[in-house]
Ligand binder design. Sequence first.
Ligand code: 28G
Length: 671
Amino acid sequence: MAKNKNLKGEHAYEAGDIQVLKGMEHVRKRPAMYIGDISSRGLHHLVYEVIDNAIDEALAGYADKITLTMNKNGSVTVTDNGRGIPTEVHPTEKISALEVVMTQLNAGGKFNRDSYKVSGGLHGVGVSVVNALSEYLEAEVVRDGKVYYQKYKRGVPEAKVKVIGSAKKTGTKVTFFPDSEIFKVTVFKYETLEERLRELAYLNKDLTITIKDEREEEGKHAEFHYKGGIVDFVKYLDEDEKTIMTKPIYISGDKENVQVEVAFQYNESYNDNTYTFVNNINTHEGGTHLEGFKAALTRTLNNYASKNNLIKNDKITLTGDDFREGMTCVISVKVPEPQFEGQTKTKLGNSEVKGIVQTVTGETLSNYLEENPPIAKRIIEKCVSAAEARYAARQARDLTRRKNALDLGGLPGKLADCSIKDPSQCELYLVEGDSAGGSAKQGRDRRFQAILPLRGKILNVEKARINKILENEEIRSIVTAIGAGIGNSDEFDEKKIRYDKIILMCDADVDGSHIRTLLLTFFYRHMREIVETQRLYIAQPPLYKIKKGKSEFYAYDEAEREEILKSMKVDKSVVIIENDEDTDNNENPDDEVAAQAKAKGINISRFKGLGEMNPEQLWSTTMNPETRTIIQVTNENAAAADKIFRVLMGEEVEPRRKFIQDNAKYANLDV
Ligand code: 28G
């Protein structure tokens, strides 16, 4: 920026500089406008933004290696072996192109029109946004035999771009330290980044991506390189599943600058696991690419089945859903100017894409079926059995409708509904156990909080087909209470949802976490709309109560409990305190602390279950919107969530055992 001096030899700002500063200021004033939010999610978006640029350079054909390092001091470094961001002086801006890219909003995107930059959504906002939101950022470019360098603080260059050395190869290296003035948390999560990098490696075959966590000795690291691309992705998603074919069907082609890639196979489950991507971005809400695929699949399989007379039962008609039962599918398209629509801007709107995907899929799939008659037959048989189950379920549903109205009128007897009828103000608590349910009913604000106690374990929907699921009492009461039906398509009517928030409230023990997982699985599989419209939450009851005289404090985890004790001058780092009968046991390492606390008149008790709290406690700690903490359930990474559910809830025992072992540290699922 220091390109001009005034007559006194001082730095002089020009109109352009002020424009740039204004841009950066605006990003810092309204970060959410650029990166979605300032939570952990927004924080990780910074990394994705930088990675996106490296991927872009790879898609342009100039880079095939990307590395990410989580540095000891908390910063993150990304490198690629591409051409290096140009450093020559920009013709109109009169400063280094590198500085333009790093400091001017949207400078990166608008130049390379022929690449697949993303315009909408959160991606593609440009690295300058990352720069503005970083305490500092360092860019190093290797080009023309030289190493160029520039450092910025909160988006403002410290000095001009300078040459700091020489080197043979080419590439770009960016290190940034997120600004704690902006973000609520500035600690990156290895697993989150690893998952996204793995996904990117699957979506971009030939690319090698490595990740290294250097924050602790022997930190984690991984390298991803998938020759098979999305075919490997589908195999990975299905690795714990019994498939009905030896390898996924792969379809690719391009038309009118739109690249289409699809890979799918069938397994023995009843779920449709389709993931769609546009320019490497997960389009959770689907869109025209998905529509095109569905249309081609339904039409091609139907044609093949009738031509070869494979549907013997003339009472049934196969629908799209039947053709997708037990399917694991990845659709990846690259579109030059994507339009993103929908509530979360993750729905592809470009109408031309539907026809393109439909044509490409239809042609390849019908050839495949002709060439592989045994597999084709197996697929059709599976779809027919899906249709038969659907007919049986419809009959069961019709029966229950008449008996017990699944979708209208009669609310479940156990439901303590709220008095306000406007859904946008209402909350439904699904509470584990009748006793906690009783406390919740007494403690709630009955104007807007409804309580539905659930008894025992709900059905594991991962192991059941829809007709079985509909027979389950607990599930029926949930469906009836919510009031919008069940299913992920026409059987579910979002407009009829009776609550704005649905809050799962389970005990903080193993059983509670199991029930929570069962419920999450149910919503994810059979009422995904609830998850996607961000209505699903998990209540956070406290784990400890600390009483001193008349005042009570609640701690939601060990760290908080320690902090409270510290403030009461009970000073020893506390590991676990169980305030039950065996506190007299001398082997308990916490006895000293407990005794110390007791001597000061402090009483520490651990809530094992919700039922231990009286209605007032439950209200003040867990249900009062002014003071409670509730965790919103999102399906940001649906593929990861899906895998977790399948591993935890599916038939195969070994992967479940392994998963629980691997993740024992993180007892609560971070879905
Ligand atoms: C390591 C972290 C993230 C990148 C490049 C390479 C070029 C580039 C990036 O150009 C558009 C065009 C010229 C200014 C393009 C190099 C053409 C020729 C590039 C990255 C604007 C940006 N040579 N590699 N941008 N220019 N890697 N990795 O960001 O006028 S960004």
